[in-house]
Every structure is written in structure tokens, then in C-alpha cells.
Design a protein around this ligand. Structure first.
Ligand code: FAD
Ligand code: NAD
Length: 477
């Protein structure tokens, strides 16, 4: 006997499970189909909790502590004995964090009376859903609403086929058994910089190959320049304009052949991470007659409210247009459910933050100076360094700056760009300001606590009009 659900969500990542919980809160009878197995056991939470945001941040935090203990304590007058690394313990801690969170999500679903259907879901014609459990009989469900939230998978490139041994993707790079002496990374994007930093801090010599001729082209130019400089100083070797032409695995080594500045070169590594982007994952998700339109890039086509071409079917997260970010997926999941319920919810795509969780972190929201100019704004901008901030000096966290981009005609804030301590949190001040359509003056008139990193936000807003206090400003208003 097949069960009756108001809503079936296919995919239990951050987009899918948050949608399921919000729907249950609103009184819907909800099932969430999730097929993922982690160490042979069904696991909730999607890419984000299992092999993405959470394990990578656990590694980033542990490896930062390792590096800081070795190199940053002496300045504070603290002498340590020999600092040693127990990689297995570090990895086990990461796995425990993942287990805690994935288990927590499963508990949340249970607590909200959401049925976790463990297996594979497929959308059929007429909004029906086929559910094939890991064990047991196939079922056909006929819910009123469906949310597709099947996420994404890494992009593969033929020149570097992933074997999860010597050549790995981001998942393999979360669990190396020992610290590779020589680590190659293809792609200087978010994953390359984060996981490259993890293994560099743990002792690898890291070389990152980036095919494009510029570093982080989507970021504000001032930010990418400063950030590149900082990472380079830390010892992360980023080769811009380096195109990998071939790789050859010999036992436990891989030879990378690449071209840079017109020259053909080779380099040998113990491990190679391929992280050149992710693509929407819709394999086996849609029957041919399900009626769902896809874009040329294989994304599910949706409108601004995540409605697909089939009434009552929504699609969210990495499966649809926009940045592949957990927080974007979460808010889309909640928006889709609110829409189903008749509420006028809308994700503000202009205020979705981007963060790179290195140390220091880089984070931004809104328009870059370059994009604002391209869009025809009469741009004014100002930035302020952490180097002269009292709290940053006290903490020894002086690299980086906060920059604001604004409209000179209206004083409206257009974007905020941060490299520096706690950038991932500081950038939320810009996000809230943009959400409330703040002017630069609004920020200038606020009283920021002293001594805090956030005072740099205040000074950066003041510097837009040449009014920063702790710098000699040439242009004054
Ligand atoms: P997913 O999290 O991919 O979840 C989809 C789920 O659907 C999967 O568990 C899959 O098993 C399941 N599924 C697929 N098809 C079916 C089917 N037919 N039947 C049943 N189940 C199915 N984002 C951030 O915002 N911050 C970060 O710090 C960050 N770090 C990252 C680090 C790494 C290494 C990686 C790889 C990604 C990171 N991301 C980060 C991106 C983030 O993980 C994704 O944007 C987010 O997980 C997308 O959520 P989603 O719900 O759309 O899909
Ligand atoms: P990415 O799009 O961030 O970066 C990929 C990089 O690889 C780009 O710079 C691209 O120019 C380069 N590249 C592409 N093909 C190449 C080739 N053949 N040779 C050399 N370089 C090549 O992708 P990613 O780092 O794989 O991350 C995937 C997604 O996961 C991102 O879109 C991101 O949104 C998400 N993610 C987010 C976070 C975070 O929010 N902190 C962390 C990790 C991942």
C-alpha cells in the first residue's frame, strides 16, 4: 500500500531538508527521499554536511590550529614543545563532526514527523514520484507537490581522470591517509584554495594550476589582488594561465603536463586534486515524460520563485541557476514551501554572500566596483585596512581590508568586500545593509563597538567620503 504525502522532496541536502522541515511546520505531510550512504549507512544532509561545507571547515579549523600553534604563538610569548600532527585523529574528529550533524538532521526530520524514505526518487509524468528503496519494493507516490533538490557533483576533465587514489576530487581530498609531500591542485576556485590551504598548513608543498589568466575573476579586483598576495606569502603557489594538457599516473605518483606562457612544462606530485567546478546532478531524477524543462547546461529551468515547467513541482539549490551555495539552497527550499502555502516569499539573489574560508577569510556581497561601473553606476568606493585597527593589532590579525562600493548619485551601498579576520561574519553587516537598501551615510552615522574588527567596517564606510579617522585621507567631504 503506497503512502499519501502532501509534499515529496527528492534530495536531503541543505535545500531539501530545510524545505521539508518548513513544510512540516506549516502542517503538510512530508516525505524526503535521500539515497546517500556514508560508510555504508544512510545519511542525511547532502553534499554540504557529508562531503562539502562541514568536513572541509573542520579540516580548515584543525589545520589552522596546527599552523598557528607552530608559527603564531611565539610572538605572544608562548613557547611550545615539539608540535606533532596526528592526522588520523584530525580526520576522525572531522568524521565525528559530520556524524553529529547528519545525525542531528535525521533527528530533526523525525521530530517534525517527516518520513525519510531511504533510497532513490524519480519524478514521473503527472507529478507522480517513483521511490526505489535501498531495500524492499518500489513504490509510486502521488503527492500534491514535489520539490526537486538533488544537488550537484564535481565536474570531471578528461585530462585528469579521477581514481580517488592518486587523482582525487574534493571528496577524496577530505581524507588523505597521510599528508602528501607534493600536492597538485587543478582549479584556483573556492575548493582549490580551501583544500589547498588545508594540506599546505599540514605540510604539503602545494601547486595550484589555474587555466584562466586572472585570479578569482568574479571577485572585486582589489580583493582578488590582496587575497592572491596573502595566499602567495603563506606559500600557496598559484600558477595563473596554467593549462593542464595531460596527466600520467605511475604507481603512487602523477606527472602533470601543462602549458604556461607558451611553454610546455611537467611536474610530479604525490596527489592531485581536481576541482574545476560542479555540475547539476539530475541523473535518473526525471522520467522522459515528466515534463520538466532543462537548460542547455543541464540545470532544471525555474522562475524566480523556483517553480518548474510543471505546476506544483519546484526545483532548488545546486540543481538550478545561481551560485552553488548551501545558504542559497536553504533559502530557496524555504521560499518554495512558502510559495506552495500561498505566502509571497522571495529570495533576494542580490544579497547572497560569498565566502572563502581560508585564513584570513575572503568574503563579499553585492556588486564589485568593476560590475557596478559596467552596470552604469557613477561609482564611489572606499576601503580601510585591518593593519591599523586596534583589535586586529592586538590579535595579530592585521592582513586585509574592508571595501565598500556605492552609488555616488544616491549614496546607496552597492557592495562590500572583505579580506581579513572573521570576514565570513563581518560580511553579514554588508548583507543586512544591502537588504535594507542602506546608504553609506547610514553606516557612517552608526556607533561601532571599540575595540572590534567591525570598526574597520565603520572606517571603510567613512573612507568612501574621505572621512576615515585613523588614516590621513586626501579626498575629503
Ligand atoms: P546537495 O547538498 O548536493 O544534496 C542533494 C542530495 O540529493 C544528495 O545528498 C544526493 O544524495 C541526493 N539525491 C540526488 N539525487 C537523488 C535521487 N534521485 N533520489 C534521492 N536522493 C537523491 N557551500 C557553502 O555555502 N559554503 C561552503 O563552505 C561550502 N563548502 C563546500 C565544500 C566542498 C568541498 C563542496 C564540494 C561544496 C561546498 N559547498 C559550500 C557547496 C554546497 O555543499 C552546496 O551548494 C549545497 O550542498 C547544495 O545543496 P543542495 O541541497 O542543492 O544539494
Ligand atoms: P569554482 O568554480 O569555484 O572554481 C573552479 C576553478 O577551476 C575556476 O577558477 C576555473 O577557472 C578553474 N578551471 C576550470 N577548468 C580548469 C582546467 N581545465 N584547468 C585549470 N583550471 C580550471 O569550482 P570549485 O572550486 O570546484 O567549487 C565548486 C562549487 O562548490 C563552487 O561553485 C562553490 O560555489 C561551491 N563551494 C563553495 C564553497 C564556499 O562557499 N566556501 C567552498 C567549496 C565549494
Amino acid at each position: 500500500m503506497s503512502q499519501q504525502f502532501d509534499l515529496v522532496v527528492i534530495g536531503g541536502g541543505p535545500g531539501g531538508y530545510e524545505a521539508a522541515i518548513r513544510a512540516a511546520q506549516l502542517g503538510y505531510k512530508v516525505a524526503c527521499i535521500e539515497k546517500r550512504l556514508l560508510n555504508g549507512k544512510p545519511s542525511m544532509g547532502g553534499t554540504c554536511l557529508n562531503v562539502g561545507c562541514i568536513p572541509s571547515k573542520a579540516l580548515l579549523d584543525s589545520s589552522h590550529k596546527y599552523e598557528a600553534t607552530q608559527h603564531e604563538l611565539e610572538d605572544h610569548g608562548i613557547t611550545t614543545g615539539e608540535v606533532t600532527l596526528d592526522l588520523q585523529k584530525l580526520l576522525a574528529r572531522k568524521d565525528k563532526v559530520v556524524q553529529q550533524l547528519t545525525g542531528g538532521v535525521a533527528q530533526l526530520l523525525k521530530g517534525n514527523n517527516i518520513e525519510w524514505l531511504q533510497g532513490t526518487g524519480k519524478l514521473l509524468a503527472g507529478k507522480q514520484v517513483e521511490f526505489v528503496p535501498h531495500e524492499g519494493e518500489k513504490q509510486i507516490l502521488a503527492p500534491k507537490y514535489v520539490i526537486l533538490a538533488s544537488g550537484s557533483v564535481p565536474v570531471n576533465i578528461p585530462v585528469a581522470p579521477v581514481d580517488q587514489d592518486v587523482i582525487v576530487d574534493s571528496t577524496g581530498a577530505l581524507s588523505f591517509n597521510e599528508v602528501p609531500k607534493r600536492l597538485g591542485v587543478i582549479g584556483a576556485g573556492v575548493i582549490g584554495l580551501e583544500l589547498g590551504s588545508v594540506w599546505r598548513r599540514l605540510g604539503s608543498e602545494v601547486v595550484v594550476f589555474e587555466a584562466l589568466d586572472s585570479f578569482l575573476p568574479m571577485a572585486d579586483k582589489a580583493l582578488s589582488k590582496e587575497f592572491h598576495k596573502i595566499l602567495k606569502k603563506q606559500g600557496l603557489e598559484i600558477r595563473i594561465g596554467a593549462k593542464v594538457a595531460a596527466t600520467e599516473v605511475n604507481g603512487q605518483e602523477v606527472t602533470v603536463k601543462y602549458t604556461q606562457d607558451g611553454e610546455e612544462k611537467t611536474q610530479v606530485f604525490d596527489k592531485l586534486i581536481v576541482c574545476v567546478g560542479r555540475k547539476a546532478y539530475a541523473e535518473g531524477l526525471l522520467a522522459e515524460d515528466a515534463g520538466i524543462k532543462l537548460t542547455e547546461r543541464g540545470l532544471v529551468e525555474v522562475n524566480d520563485q523556483c517553480a518548474t515547467s510543471v505546476e506544483g513541482v519546484y526545483a532548488i539549490g545546486d540543481l538550478v541557476r545561481g551560485p552553488m551555495l548551501a545558504h542559497k539552497a536553504m533559502e530557496e527550499g524555504v521560499m518554495a514551501v512558502e510559495r506552495i502555502h500561498g505566502h509571497a516569499a522571495q529570495v533576494n539573489y542580490d544579497t547572497i554572500i560569498s565566502v572563502i574560508y581560508t585564513h584570513p577569510e575572503a568574503a563579499w556581497v553585492g556588486l564589485t566596483e568593476e560590475a557596478a561601473k559596467e552596470q552604469g553606476f557613477d561609482v564611489k568606493a572606499g576601503q580601510f585596512p585591518f593593519a591599523v585597527n586596534g583589535r586586529a593589532l592586538a590579535a595579530g590579525e592585521t592582513a586585509g581590508f574592508v571595501k565598500f562600493v556605492a552609488d555616488n548619485k544616491t549614496d546607496r551601498l552597492l557592495g562590500m568586500h572583505v579580506v581579513g579576520p572573521s570576514a565570513s561574519d563581518i560580511v553579514h553587516q554588508g548583507m543586512i545593509a544591502l537588504e535594507f537598501v542602506s546608504s553609506v551615510e547610514d553606516l557612517q552615522l552608526m556607533t561601532f563597538g571599540h575595540p572590534t574588527f567591525s570598526e574597520v567596517v565603520h572606517e571603510a564606510a567613512l573612507s568612501v567620503d574621505g572621512r576615515a579617522i585613523h588614516a590621513v585621507q586626501r579626498k575629503r567631504k
